[in-house]
Design a protein around this ligand. Structure first.
Ligand code: SF4
Length: 444
């Protein structure tokens, strides 16, 4: 929990010497609590107070990096329990487990297929993040598999092995790729922590109870590992996992419980694809930093990426596209022109239906600050004045010879006013985007 101005004041010299530029120590403390001034401005802070205040300035959940600088995956550094309080910062990293017991050809095919799992949705590129290599055979086979996979992909790597020799050999191959070593328990933590520290990797700790997790994270830190990830290892007991993840997040954010201030990881334990997707979806919502799956079927991954995108967008800032004129298909001077808002979901829904109609069409997207049609209309962001102005600025008048503008059916009420303001003939289109294809085909 953040220290208040008064808490900070108690740690200051209280001499009111003014050297920091503030009239009193209390004024300096209040400013420091708001992070409006640096602690260094006071030359008289004691070493102990400095340590306490610096610890306080660390994020409550540590940011963990996996992968090289170009392809790094970030987990942690979250600041709120609920998305509406601010936003969630680092979307759950999604990775796929490949066992070293598979043949090389099979492994190559899987890595290739995983590499192709990227999708475009409402103007954003959605992709997966990690490949987890799981040891099922001896150390030599594990190391060979790591060599093979790391040569095929730039994705972040998770090493799933508790075998010191196997992890050690694999880490040598992955220099500069900051792999995650999964997972240390009470028996092997000394060995794995030493390896993770030596090779600048992060370390997952795994235990069934939070008490043991606490012991393990403390031990890992004592052994010099800063970047830690927590697995509560509850063998697919979904409600228990969510309960523990929630508790970890709450303890880290509300109680400043530093040994629990790390991102969490959920590893699927050979469920069928449907169960994996349902559980992974729940863990994305609460509060997994990383999820490792066995399934990499497109339908499953798209569902999870879509869910993740929705949860990790900023609720204060709707997804928006650039407000401008978009020609769809081989437009000509007689192509119909539709107007809509710049809310991504609205635009891409309209776009999908226009494309489905196969009628080349112009879509004019008006800047409504990312609001949908009715919301923007009610908030006076989608008004006849704004639409008339957008028509002028868009340059559409130079591209087409007619002056017919199709507006969404829900705002038919603005037809007369818009006609007056724009000088265009207003045609009321369908209320729902689903009606666009038949509407465009029947325009004549
Ligand atoms: S410099 Fe330090 S001791 Fe002096 S007024 Fe500022 S906070 Fe207080």
């Amino acid at each position: 929990m953040a220290l208040s101005g008064l808490d900070i004041y108690k740690l200051l010299p209280k001499t009111n010497c003014r050297e920091c530029g503030f009239p009193t120590c209390l004024a300096f403390a209040l400013s420091l609590a708001k992070k409006a001034v640096a602690l260094e401005k006071c030359p008289y802070v004691s070493k102990e107070a400095k340590q306490a205040l610096e610890a306080q300035s660390q994020p409550p959940i540590r940011l963990i990096l996996i992968g090289d600088d170009k392809n790094k995956v970030e987990a942690g550094n979250e600041t709120v329990m609920f998305r509406h309080e601010e936003k969630f910062h680092h979307s759950t990293a999604i990775g796929f487990i490949i066992e070293d017991s598979l043949g090389d050809t099979d492994i190559k095919q899987r890595v290739d297929k995983i590499g192709k799992l990227h999708f475009e949705r409402v103007g954003q590129q959605l992709k997966t993040d990690l490949i987890a290599i799981k040891q099922a055979k001896d150390a030599a086979r594990f190391i060979d598999t790591v060599k093979l996979i790391s040569g095929l992909t730039n994705a972040g790597i998770v090493l799933m092995s508790e075998d010191k020799a196997a992890v050690s050999g694999a880490l040598k191959i992955l220099a500069n790729r900051r792999p995650l070593v999964y997972a240390a328990n009470s028996q092997n933590i000394t060995d794995l922590a030493a390896l993770a520290k030596e090779n600048a990797g992060s370390l997952a700790v795994r235990a069934e109870s939070l008490d043991i997790v606490l012991e393990l994270t403390k031990k890992a830190k004592e052994l010099g590992v800063e970047d830690i990830v927590i697995d509560v290892n509850t063998k697919n007991q979904e409600a228990k996992v969510i309960g523990e993840f929630t508790q970890i997040r709450r303890q880290a954010l509300k109680k400043a419980n530093r040994p629990l201030g790390y991102p969490t990881i959920a590893v699927m334990d050979k469920l069928n694809s449907y169960e994996e997707v349902i559980r992974a979806g729940d863990y994305i919502a609460k509060y997994a930093g990383i999820i490792l799956l066995h399934t990499f079927e497109e339908w499953a991954v798209l569902a999870l990426l879509t869910l993740r995108q929705n949860i990790y967008t900023d609720p204060q800032k709707p997804l928006q596209i650039e407000p401008k004129l978009y020609p769809i298909g081989n437009t000509t001077e007689s192509s119909p022109t539709l107007v809509t808002t710049n809310f991504s979901l609205t635009y891409y829904t309209v776009l999908g239906e226009v494309e489905a109609s196969k009628v080349p069409t112009y879509i004019l997207s008006v800047n409504t600050e990312g609001m949908s049609v009715l919301t923007a209309w009610a908030a006076e962001k989608f008004t006849p004045d704004k639409i008339a102005e957008s028509l002028k600025k868009s340059g559409v008048e130079e591209k087409i010879t007619h002056r017919n503008l199709i507006i969404p059916g829900y705002v038919a009420v603005m037809s007369g006013d818009l006609e007056e303001k724009s000088g265009w003939k207003i045609v009321v289109g369908p209320k729902e985007a689903a009606g666009i294809p038949s509407f465009l085909k029947n325009l004549g």
